[in-house]
Design a protein. Structure first.
Length: 134
């Protein structure tokens, strides 16, 4: 349903959360956000900045309205933003780095805490037997 929209407005003070912002990205729907205080209200800003569309991350209600109005009325701009989002999404959705980095983080924490002594032997991490142990 998000992909039917011309512009997606991130909910003020709350944010859209990861899934809805990802839906907008997947559909190439321009997303305007005024980052909130909590993680859920900053997620869209992080994705937009990563895509190079910093101008869609605003600092005030006035900017929120102005950017939204430009996207709603300037078809060439909206198309350009949409194309940028689609191109970024094609790479972003298939990027293994977030999962790999999160896995490495938790493995390191387990090793440091001593709760997973077998994990110290990194040769086990990618062994065929590892899949069987899970």
């Amino acid at each position: 349903m998000v992909s039917c929209a011309d512009v997606f407005l991130d909910t003020l003070h709350y944010g859209s959360g990861a899934n809805t912002a990802a839906d907008a990205l997947a559909g190439g729907v321009p997303l305007v956000t005024l980052p909130g205080q909590f993680h859920r209200g900053r997620w869209a800003a992080a994705v937009l900045r990563q895509s190079g569309l910093d101008e869609l991350v605003v600092d005030s209600i006035t900017d929120y309205v102005e950017v939204t109005a430009r996207l709603a009325t300037d078809e060439a701009y909206r198309t350009s933003v949409s194309e940028t989002l689609r191109a970024f999404g094609a790479v972003w959705f298939d990027d293994p780095r977030p999962a790999t980095e999160l896995e490495a983080f938790w493995l390191e924490r387990a090793i440091e805490s001593g709760t997973a002594p077998r994990l110290r032997d990194r040769s086990l991490w990618d062994s065929p037997s590892r899949a069987k142990e899970s």
